[in-house]
Design a protein around this ligand. Structure first.
Ligand code: PEP
Ligand code: MN
Length: 270
């Protein structure tokens, strides 16, 4: 069996993944947007608000991997068209999830980066397919996966010919129930030792509640992450999906301001 370990840290430089005008792996990248694309108004207003607050990229699911088959599954193509419009109006590049190998090619025509969600981290057919795509891939950590398993999943994408992989820690399952998941902050410095790939944190799915997101975002900066991805909704009470963790635009603006200050301090003291 070949073992090329393309993810492994070599003498070469760290990978910087370019998504539109955003460069992940250089400075600190903030990705924000709704859990799911619900309506044109909700998505475009959120996009404008997060751009105004300093976001570098817009997130939003058109295909949602839901625990229950009866929960909102996303708007599909209609959602992608809304995201495209949001990009046209704000200039923000878009990351959106793809859940099915059959959708990778055509979703790539709308997305600036493809997200592989936690539940699909070891969907090896999907990993091979996004590995053939010409768009960067944001690979979330499986909620029950070790760092080694996660890196092997990244390896599938790299080995299939796509060098642009961003790793996203989003919390793992532990015995704790107060938080939705347990943010493995140590994954950040561990990955910095193990790989040249950029690493970001998703505090929203880790915490599952708004009150903890600022602290976890600042912890991401302090730990040396390359960015964060957070969920923002113009009206969290009405969010169809993940409302308990949805920030208002105002809360998001406060967090980005503090992220900026801490990142500056870290850079100056490095
Ligand atoms: C998401 O980011 O939209 C999502 C579904 O997250 P996760 O795959 O981490 O649960
Ligand atoms: Mn969500």
């Amino acid at each position: 069996m070949k073992d090329k370990r393309l993810f492994a840290l070599k003498e070469t430089e760290r990978t910087v993944v370019q998504v539109g005008h955003a460069r992940i792996g250089e400075g600190f990248c903030v990705i924000a947007g709704p859990c799911s694309v619900e309506t044109e108004r909700q998505t475009i207003e959120t996009a404008k608000a997060v751009k105004e607050a300093g976001a570098d990229m817009l997130r939003g699911g058109a295909f949602k991997p839901r625990t229950s088959p009866y929960a909102f599954q996303g708007l599909g193509l209609k959602g992608l068209k809304i995201l495209k419009k949001a990009r046209e109006e704000t200039g923000l590049p878009i990351v959106t999830e793809v859940v099915d190998t059959r959708d990778v090619l055509w979703v790539s025509e709308y997305a600036d980066a493809l997200q592989v969600g936690s539940r699909n981290m070891q969907n090896f057919s999907l990993l091979k397919e996004v590995g053939k795509a010409r768009k960067p891939v944001l690979l979330k950590r499986g909620m029950n996966s070790t760092i080694d398993e996660w890196l092997n999943s990244a390896e599938y994408i790299l080995d299939a010919g796509n060098p642009n992989v961003i790793l996203c820690e989003r919390g793992i399952r532990t015995f704790e129930t107060y938080t939705r998941n347990t943010l493995d902050i140590s994954a950040v410095p561990a990955l910095k030792e193990l790989t040249h790939l950029p690493v970001i944190i998703d505090p929203s799915h880790a915490a599952g509640r708004v009150s903890l997101i600022q602290s976890l975002s600042l912890a991401a900066v302090a730990a040396g992450a390359d960015g964060v991805m957070v969920e923002v909704h113009i009206n969290p009470d009405e969010a169809i999906c993940d409302k308990d963790q949805a920030l208002t635009p105002g809360q998001f603006a406060g967090i980005t301001k503090r992220i900026g200050m801490l990142h500056q301090f870290m850079a100056a003291s490095a």
